[in-house]
Design a protein around this ligand. Structure first.
Ligand code: HEM
Ligand SMILES: [Ca+2]
Length: 795
């Protein structure tokens, strides 16, 4: 045991020697107890040495490099109480600006993201977490230099662990707020805390992403993977992108099955469950990490091949995802944080903390703010790119709302859905106040989002077999009692940094708008629209864009990404742009994702031994892809998860191959069974009544579209093309939709009893179960025959 080692004469000597030498070096002033030191004293002093040295080191680095924030004592309880109130305790970070510091000023050269106002002071919080993680990492490194002990050894020794927590805690005590969760709460908190009563932070905002498998960092703790198993450097992420993911010079190939609405919804859903923050510079702009060899801890620039067809100058800037300490400030490897709540709870609409939520609310009749002209409420001008007078940036619960117009219009759609629900509830329950209306509508919208995700979206992503294998289909009757309090629903690293990015291969090169008669209004290259709200200001812009989204195929799920995102991502006037495929690969390395073969094994799939054709080959890749992979990688064990997974042959009826389908299925299982407020749950305090649940089961994205836009005709499943009989277009009035009269309160104000259950006409969503009968088919057969089949437009 390490404690015993330190207790030994040798350990004591080392401590004293170090103490003296570090004091002499002027790093800190060391005073060991005057009495004969006990093992606790020694360990305590040893850790103290390491902590103080770490703080000094970081402060001097920050002063030299950035004039950034001091690593001194600070803490910020970014977590919230059980009532979701924002609280901030302890000292604020001290800011020590170095005189004359010019680093990173003025220019915004990172990934071109706009300034994100995510409510509260989220970026300050990211900075604090990142610095605290850095302090802990340094303490850990120092401790290892002194004692040779790895984090595991510290955690196994009770005395050492206790001392560690005591000494390091002042540098990151935001991780241990005290909670009084209300077990009888009917509503989720804004920040996701208190969902799991035993672990109130699970799945909540700004907590570490979880891992299915331990990370693979080059130094075991922090440094990205850069070396092949044969010791040579790994291929550059941009080179892999050029060889394996490039479609440059070729026409796009479209899916034969699903629509651009399926693509867009994937991004919208992703933003409910994940955002990994990266650090900004002192001016709140993207950090610049070029040229190669930049030694800033936050930088991991991508090497651009000399003969690159698009990018010049050897280097693409890449900022590492911010780090976050582990709970209790325990030692361990680098972890990345998740900004939104991990639960599928509409946090992209409602915000992920109370402060932000309050900003978004109108505080009148339960509504969310919209502009007078029916757009999302305005946000400061620096949060998007404005090019026309009269246009404005938008507010919403997630900072990335402007990234593409296809995403922005889904934000608007669900704000309208919220307001539609509150307005209806208000007519039913006139005694409900603003708060009650808001919370009830939020609860219903969250349930709708969960239902759409699991009944309409996910089956197309992973296929029926995985849906069945993991028990992911929603039930068609009664409750589904799947809640398991031992399951942590937090978003996992490999899911977010690789598998769920499968959708990037669906992204089109061109967006379009369609009129009510399905004629094309206009087609616009996607890369001209990043971070711009303009299309939303066209007359009926959102409706016309969504009409195109439901009437056009997305780009096929394959290993290829369109130039819109592979060469022209966030293209600026000065010609600077990024490659999303290269970023995804680099992100995986930055996050320490184990490579492809390790995940194959975890999924129970055969691993590859070579790139050839004999036994032991990459069995889920076609021959051409095996060849391309062999051109860049020197061994199958080197293959990055993103590249290996994306280039697999898709499973029958799925948008993903077996490795991504496995990771995505296991992650969605966590969202389903780790959420106490899961909409199908039979939880005494928060469940829906059965009739209400049956109403929620009627929800389809088509019904939400019909209710909240001028759309009059659409196919029942807007994720699927309307090219076969079962999904032909029907009038909106024929698309089942939630009947909110089941929320009419029966008794006194404040009570939670609702109208007695009158069993509604049973409705089976055809997508819930592959074998269920298609009810529209019988009921509306006649009408359908009269509707002309609309051809999908390929732009
Ligand atoms: C519509 C066009 C899209 C654009 C322009 C886009 C762009 C981006 C960018 C720039 C990032 C950050 C990359 C990084 O720095 O690591 C990102 C992350 C991500 N994207 Fe997309 N994306 C799009 C669509 C999609 C779709 C359709 C999906 C899924 C179906 C998706 C899933 C993800 C996921 C899971 C992440 C990781 C998020 C995080 O960890 O913060 N994206 N995307
Ligand atoms: Ca969420």
């Amino acid at each position: 045991m390490l404690g015993e080692q330190v207790d030994s004469a040798e350990g004591m000597m080392t401590t004293v020697i170090l103490c003296v030498s570090l004091t002499l070096a002027g790093l800190f002033s060391c005073s060991l107890s005057s009495h004969v030191p006990t093992s606790v004293d020694l360990v305590s002093n040893l850790i103290k040495i390491c902590v103080e040295t770490a703080v000094e080191q970081i402060n001097s680095e920050l002063t030299v490099n950035h004039g950034g924030h001091s690593a001194g004592q600070h803490s910020s309880h970014g977590q919230h109480s059980s009532h979701g109130k924002h609280s901030s305790h302890g000292h604020q970070a001290q800011v020590m600006h170095a005189p004359g510091n010019k680093a990173h000023s003025g220019h915004s050269k990172g990934h071109g993201h706009m300034d994100h106002n995510e409510g509260g002071h989220s970026h300050a919080h990211v900075r604090i977490l990142d610095r605290n993680a850095r302090v802990i990492r340094r303490v850990q490194e120092n401790f290892r230099k002194l004692t040779g002990a790895w984090p595991e050894a510290i955690m196994k020794d009770e005395m050492l662990k206790k001392e560690w927590r005591k000494q390091v805690k002042p540098h990151c005590d935001f991780m241990a707020p005290s909670f009084t969760c209300d077990a009888s709460a009917r509503y989720r908190t804004a920040d996701g805390t208190c969902n799991n009563m035993a672990h109130p932070l699970w799945g909540s905002t700004m907590t570490p992403q979880t891992r299915f498998l331990p990370p693979k960092y080059e130094d075991e703790i922090n440094a990205p993977r850069t070396k092949s198993i044969n010791g040579k450097p790994l291929p550059s992420a941009r080179l892999i992108s050029n060889v394996v993911h490039s479609n440059t010079g070729h026409s796009p190939v479209y899916s034969k099955k699903s629509t651009n609405m399926f693509m867009a919804y994937g991004q919208f859903l992703d933003h409910d469950i994940l955002h990994t923050p990266v650090l900004k510079d002192d001016n709140g702009k993207d950090m610049q990490c070029c040229p190669l060899g930049n030694r800033d801890e936050h930088c991991f620039p991508i090497a651009v091949p000399l003969d690159d067809p698009m990018f010049r100058g050897w280097c693409m800037s890449f900022v590492r995802s911010s780090a976050t300490p582990l709970p209790n400030c325990d030692p361990g490897h680098r972890e990345q944080m998740n900004h939104p709540t991990s639960y599928i709870d509409g946090s992209a609409i409602y915000g992920s903390n109370k402060v932000h939520q309050e900003e978004l609310r109108l505080h009148h009749h339960g509504r969310i703010k919209l502009s007078a002209s029916g757009h999302l409420h305005s946000a400061p001008d620096n949060e998007c790119i404005l090019s026309s007078p009269g246009h404005h940036c938008f507010q919403s619960g997630d900072g990335r709302r402007h990234v593409t117009p296809t995403l922005t219009c889904l934000h608007l759609l669900f704000v309208k859905e919220h307001n539609y629900i509150v307005d209806t509830l208000r007519t039913l329950n006139q005694h409900w106040d603003d708060e009650r209306l808001f919370q009830e509508a939020k609860r219903i919208v969250s349930a709708e989002l969960q239902h759409i995700a699991f009944s309409e979206y996910l089956p197309i992503v992973i296929g029926q077999e995985h849906m069945d294998q993991y028990g992911l289909y929603p039930t068609t009757h009664s409750y589904k009692t799947v809640y398991d309090e031992t399951v942590e629903a937090s978003t996992s690293n490999a899911f977010g940094a690789a598998a769920f990015r499968f959708g990037h291969s669906e992204v089109p090169g061109v967006l379009a708008m369609m009129a009510r008669n399905y004629s094309l209004i206009k087609a616009i290259p996607l890369h001209t629209q990043f971070n711009r709200p303009d299309l939303m200001f066209d007359s009926n812009g959102d409706e016309n864009l969504m009409r195109w989204m439901t009437n056009s195929y997305h780009d096929r799920n394959d290993r290829l990404l369109q130039d819109s995102v592979r060469n022209f991502l966030f293209l600026k006037d000065d010609g600077e742009s990024f490659d999303l495929a290269a970023i995804n690969i680099q992100r995986g390395r930055d996050h320490g994702l184990p490579p492809y073969n390790t995940w194959r094994k975890w999924c129970g799939l055969p691993t590859a031994l070579h790139f050839g054709e004999r036994l032991g080959r990459l069995i889920d890749h076609d021959q051409a892809t095996r060849k391309l992979l062999s051109k860049v990688y020197s061994h199958p064990d080197d293959i990055d998860l993103y590249t290996g997974g994306l280039s697999e042959i898709r499973l029958p009826g799925a948008a993903t191959g077996p490795t991504f389908a496995c990771i995505i299925a296991r992650q969605f299982k966590k969202y389903q069974s780790g959420d106490r407020f899961w909409y199908e749950n039979d939880d005494a305090e928060s469940r829906f009544t059965l009739p209400q649940l049956n109403e929620i089961r009627k929800t389809t994205l088509a019904s939400v579209l019909c209710k909240n836009t001028g759309t009059q005709v659409t196919q029942p499943s807007v994720f699927l093309a309307n090219n076969d009989f079962s999904n032909r277009k029907v009038l909106c009035s024929q698309i089942p939709s939630i009947d909110l009269s089941f929320w009419k309160e029966h008794s006194e104000a404040g009570s939670h009893t609702f109208q007695s259950p009158i069993s509604p006409v049973s409705f089976l969503n055809p997508l819930q179960s592959p074998n269920s009968p298609y009810v529209f088919k019988d009921v509306f057969n006649k009408l359908l025959q009269n509707l002309r089949q609309r051809m999908l437009v390929k732009v």
